[in-house]
Design a protein around this ligand. Structure first.
Ligand code: NAD
Ligand code: LMR
Length: 329
C-alpha cells in the first residue's frame, strides 16, 4: 500500500452519527478499498473522552486502511491538512428555541470551522455538512472560507434520496436497483421535494408507474419529507446509521463518480439552474464527473413540481437572509 493516506476530519465524532460513521470510513467504504485514511476527530472538550473511547475501539478493529487517529477540541488543529471534512457536530434545537436562535447557535460552530478550513485544509478539501440545519450551516462555513472554491461546500440530502428510493420501490414492488434518476430538490427539511416525475422505472417514469397522484401528494412526499421526525418519534433519537450511510454514499460518489445512466441528489451551491438563486446551497439532481458535482440540466419542470421546488427554495432564502441579518455570512 504505497498510497499517501487521505486525511478525513469528522466533527461531532463522539455523537451517534459519528459512532456509526467512523468504522465505515476506517474500513474503506468512504473512499474505496485501496485508499488508506487518517482520521482527525473534532469534539467539544466535554466529549473528548468519549471520542477517545471510540478511537480505542477503532484500534481494536485493526483496520488495514486506518493509518492514524488524532483527537482535537480545536478546529484549527482538526482541519489541518484535511482532504475530506464531514461536519456532523451541530447544536440541536431544544425546547423553546426559535429558528433564529438555532441559526445563531450553529453560526457559533460553523463560522470558526469555515475559518479553520480556510486556514489549514488541503487544497483538494471537500466538505459535507450533515449537522442541521445542514444547507444553511454549509452556507455559513463556506462564507468563512473565501480561499476555498465555493463548490467544495455541500450539504447532505442523500438520506432523503435513499428514503425516497425505498418508499417508491416498496410502492411499485420493485428493487431499489430498478429505479434511476430520482431527485430531492431544495432544503433538508420538511419542505424538501422528492421528485419522481423524471425517475425511470423499467421503461417508464416513476410517476406514471405509480399512476396515483393522491398517493404521491398525500403519502409519498410527506412520508419522505417527515421521515426524520418519524424516526425520532419511534427511536427516541434521530436517525444515525442511515445518516452515516448517506454520508458515505455522498462522499464515495463525489470522489469516485456516479454510475453512468443515473444521477443522485446533493445540496450544492446553485449556479442559478432551475431558477434557484445563485449561491444558495440547495439540493439538485447531480452527477459527479472527475471529482466534481454537476447539476443535471434540461429537465422539464411542470407546474406541480415548480411550486414545490419554489416553496423549499423560498425557505432556504429565508434562512440565508436570517443568517445574513445575524452577520454570519
Ligand atoms: N442531513 C441529514 O440528513 C441529517 C440526518 C440525521 C441527523 N442530522 C443532524 O446531524 C447532527 C448530528 O446528529 P447526531 O445524532 O450525531 O447528534 P449527537 O448529539 O449524538 O452528536 C453530536 C455531537 O456533536 C458534538 N459537537 C457539538 N458541537 C460541536 C463542535 N462545535 N465541534 C465538534 N463537535 C461538536 C457533540 O458533543 C456531540 O458529540 C444533528 O444536527 C442532526 O440533526 C442530519
Ligand atoms: O435530526 C433531525 O432533526 C432529523 C434528521 O435531519 C433526519 O432527516 O433524520
Amino acid at each position: 500500500m504505497a498510497q499517501v493516506p487521505v486525511n478525513v476530519t469528522v466533527t461531532g465524532a463522539a455523537g451517534q452519527i459519528g459512532y456509526a460513521l467512523l468504522f465505515r470510513i476506517a474500513s474503506g467504504q468512504l473512499l474505496g478499498a485501496d485508499t488508506p485514511v487518517k482520521l482527525r476527530l473534532l469534539e467539544i472538550p466535554q466529549a473528548v473522552k468519549a471520542a477517545e473511547g471510540t478511537a480505542m475501539e477503532l484500534d481494536d478493529c485493526a483496520f488495514p486502511l486506518l493509518q492514524g487517529i488524532d483527537i482535537f477540541d480545536n478546529p484549527g488543529q482538526a482541519f489541518q491538512g484535511a482532504n475530506v471534512a464531514l461536519l456532523v457536530g451541530a447544536r440541536p434545537r431544544t425546547k423553546g428555541m426559535e429558528r433564529g436562535d438555532l441559526l445563531e447557535a450553529n453560526g457559533g460552530i460553523f463560522k470558526p470551522q469555515g475559518e479553520a478550513i480556510n486556514a489549514g485544509a488541503a487544497d483538494d478539501i471537500r466538505v459535507l455538512v450533515v449537522g442541521n440545519p445542514a444547507n444553511t450551516n454549509a452556507l455559513i462555513a463556506q462564507a468563512h472560507a473565501p480561499d476555498v472554491p465555493s463548490e467544495r461546500f455541500t450539504a447532505m440530502t442523500r438520506l432523503d434520496h435513499n428514503r425516497a428510493l425505498t418508499q417508491l420501490a416498496k410502492k411499485l414492488g420493485v428493487s431499489v436497483n430498478e429505479i434511476k434518476k430520482l431527485t430531492i430538490w431544495g432544503n433538508h427539511s420538511a419542505t424538501q421535494y422528492p421528485d419522481i416525475f423524471h425517475a425511470e422505472v423499467n421503461g417508464t417514469t416513476g410517476a406514471k408507474a405509480v399512476g396515483d397522484q393522491a398517493w404521491l401528494e398525500n403519502d409519498f412526499i410527506p412520508t419522505v419529507a417527515k421521515r426524520g421526525a418519524a424516526i425520532i418519534e419511534a427511536r427516541g433519537a434521530s436517525s444515525a446509521a442511515s445518516a452515516a450511510n448517506a454520508a458515505i454514499d455522498h462522499v464515495y460518489d463525489w470522489v469516485n463518480g456516479t454510475p453512468e445512466g443515473d444521477w443522485t441528489s446533493a445540496a450544492i451551491p446553485s449556479d442559478g439552474s432551475y431558477g434557484v438563486p445563485e449561491g444558495l446551497i440547495s439540493s439538485f439532481p447531480v452527477v459527479s464527473r472527475d471529482g466534481r458535482w454537476e447539476i443535471v440540466q434540461g429537465l422539464d419542470i411542470d407546474e406541480f413540481s415548480r411550486s414545490r421546488i419554489d416553496a423549499s427554495v423560498g425557505e432556504l432564502v429565508e434562512e440565508r437572509d436570517a443568517v445574513r441579518k445575524l452577520g454570519l455570512i
